[in-house]
Design a protein around this ligand. Structure first.
Ligand code: ACO
Ligand code: KIV
Length: 557
């Protein structure tokens, strides 16, 4: 790279002075009109453009998501494009409330072919573009300003004439001064006014003026100024829909679109997950879900975002990044301990509050709203903490480990993660749990049977009587205590010489993850001061308690 990039690159400096700009202090309160250009701008950027089968599949999904305006093709570009438009109409695939849009250059033959593709359409938007910026005037067209105006005017006039040959169709016209964002504002305004002079739109039959950031050359605030300036200066503002079409060359297309809406735009053109030329068009999924998570109905719906991703990946032949906003397969997942801790506490608080309001640390959207499961919210590796491990055990097996046991178990999981050097799946964690706490471990102490839990003896004392298998031997045991835990511990101490003092005992009913109905947890201290933990899981809470004692004893036996 150059040490003096100023010798090669010139900053984009907008000539617009807008000291009384209004957009910075506005808030978005409603969704714009959306136009998906996946099948046109997205498609033209693919190494292998979609065939009719893939286009139909994409189109059906766009309809299912709720798009009402879809740019379906550049019909004069190829036979596939032309045939696709015909297929939509001949197969009756355009719902009443959906309008298809097609794009053309400002060339008479291409315009004629474009209208030919639409014969028989109930309604359609025909979109004509030509570049207007100085660089393009000079390099691409070799034309002066007035010649570029003539190019646009001849094209939009041809559109009008072609449309008159098909009076049965309800036509809407759209014009894009391509490269708007680096066109002189007065020239962009002049050419759009001349286009409107031809079309004579009204408030009842508006035209669409689409102001693209064809190549993103400045920060979103600059684009917003351009849009606000244009909205203020265009005549017949009530007879035009101002549309924006931001590309993502600087990585700020979403911000550009949002700020352009603040600045007065009514409509946004873009693609799902930001496909499109170079770094892509603005990502409509992100824009829509940004609105949704501000409590605004976006007018689009993604009840299974995973299915949308799969369809888009199939049709485009391109992957959606795992970190893609809202849709990436990792974006609802925390691996790191402090994030996991906060999310787990957030879910607990959410359940307690029970008011339906989403206030979740680190998770801007409820994954369930877009069809994602909570299981993937927390995944465990060597960056994880006790909260994450406890979450996985709870989601997978329904066990709510007491805090001290979480600390103990997470230490073990940490060692395992370090030694395996990989993510630990729920089954790895459960295997470690079974091993660590001797769950169903016949090498240690196993409950063979016991007598109805316990019976009252003299005074408040309780008696535990049962048989315990230890090292392949069944041993009859009896113990007394002021409860089941102490009676069982006393039986173990008498029969096997294992002495444990209880620090904490907890139990709960199980809701999911296992057929068993109860879980019991024991935290004990040995005579040498070290702590051991036990867990018991059973249909019956008393049996779970006894098993928890045996589990703790196993750690010492
Ligand atoms: C920013 C955007 O995304 S715009 C959309 C771009 N999409 C596409 O280009 C995909 C579909 N395009 C195509 O299939 C082809 O380019 C076609 C069918 C439109 C035209 O193909 P060709 O006739 O072979 O022309 P080609 O693309 O090579 O060259 C463009 C010519 O059109 C001219 N041109 C470019 N844009 C426009 C325009 N909007 N209006 C009128 N003329 C234009 C160029 O100046 C050039 O003219 P020249 O040959 O006199 O120098
Ligand atoms: C045709 C226009 C709208 C375009 O695709 C662009 O400027 O990026």
């Amino acid at each position: 790279m150059l040490t003096n990039p100023e010798t090669k690159y010139r900053p984009f400096v907008s000539p617009i002075e807008l000291p009384d700009r209004k957009w910075p202090s506005r808030r978005l309160a409603k969704a714009p009109r959306w136009l998906s250009t996946d099948l046109r701008d997205g498609n033209q950027a693919l190494a292998n453009p979609m065939d009719v089968e893939r286009k139909l599949r994409f189109y059906d999904m766009l309809i299912a998501c709720g798009f009402k305006e879809i740019e379906v093709a550049f019909p004069s570009a190829s036979q596939i494009e032309f045939d696709f438009v015909r297929a939509l109409m001949e197969q009756g695939r355009i719902p009443e409330d959906v309008t298809i849009q097609v794009l053309t250059q400002s060339r008479a033959d291409l315009i004629a072919r474009t209208f030919e593709s639409l014969v028989g359409a109930r309604k359609a938007i025909v979109h004509l573009y030509n570049a207007t910026a100085p660089l393009f005037r000079r390099v691409v067209f070799g034309m002066e300003r007035h010649e570029i105006v003539d190019l646009a005017v001849s094209g939009v006039t041809a559109m009008l004439e072609e449309s008159r040959k098909q009076p049965g169709t309800d036509w809407t016209f759209e014009y894009s001064p391509e490269t708007f964002c680096f066109t002189e504002p007065d020239f962009a305004l002049e050419i759009c006014e001349r286009v409107l002079d031809v079309w004579q739109p009204t408030a009842e039959r508006p035209a669409i003026l689409n102001l693209p950031a064809t190549v993103e050359v400045a920060m979103p605030n600059v684009y917003a100024d351009q849009i606000e300036w244009f909205c203020r200066h265009i005549s017949r503002r009530d007879a035009v829909i101002i549309s924006v079409h931001p590309h993502n060359d600087r990585g700020t297309a979403v911000a550009s679109a949002e700020q352009a809406l603040l600045a007065g735009a009514d409509r946004v053109e873009g693609c799902l997950f930001g496909n499109g030329e170079r770094t892509g068009n603005v990502d409509l999924v992100t824009l829509a879900l940004n609105l949704y998570t501000q409590g605004i109905d976006p007018g689009l719906s993604f009840p299974s975002i995973r299915d949308v991703v799969k369809t888009v990946e199939y049709c485009n032949g391109l992957p959606v990044h795992p970190r893609h906003p809202y849709a990436g397969e990792l974006v609802h997942t925390a691996f790191s301990g402090s994030h996991q801790d906060a999310i787990r506490k957030g879910f607990a608080a959410h359940e307690r509050r029970n008011d339906g309001v989403w206030e979740m640390p680190y998770l801007p959207v409820d994954p369930a709203d877009i069809g994602e499961s909570y299981e993937a919210v927390i995944r465990v590796n060597s960056q994880s903490g006790k909260g994450g491990v406890a979450w996985v055990i709870e989601q997978d097996k329904g066990l709510k480990l007491p805090r001290a046991m979480q600390v103990d178990f997470s230490r073990r999981v940490q060692l395992l993660a370090d030694s395996t050097k990989r993510e630990l799946m729920a089954e790895d964690i459960w295997k470690e749990f079974v091993h660590a706490y001797h769950v169903d471990d016949i090498e240690s102490f196993e409950l063979v049977d016991y007598e109805g839990g316990f019976r009252r003896s003299v005074g408040a004392e309780r008696v535990f009587t049962g048989r315990i298998r230890h090292r392949e031997r069944d041993v009859a045991v009896t113990g007394r205590g002021n409860g089941l835990v102490s009676a069982t511990l006393s039986a173990i101490a008498d029969a096997f010489g294992v002495t444990l003092n209880v620090l904490d005992y907890q139990e709960h009913a199980l809701r999911r993850g296992t057929d068993a109905k109860a879980a019991a947890y024991l935290q004990c201290v040995r005579p040498d001061g070290t702590q051991v933990f036990g867990v018991g899981i059973d249909d019956d809470v008393a049996a779970a308690t006894v098993k928890a004692v045996l589990s703790a004893a196993s750690a010492s036996g």
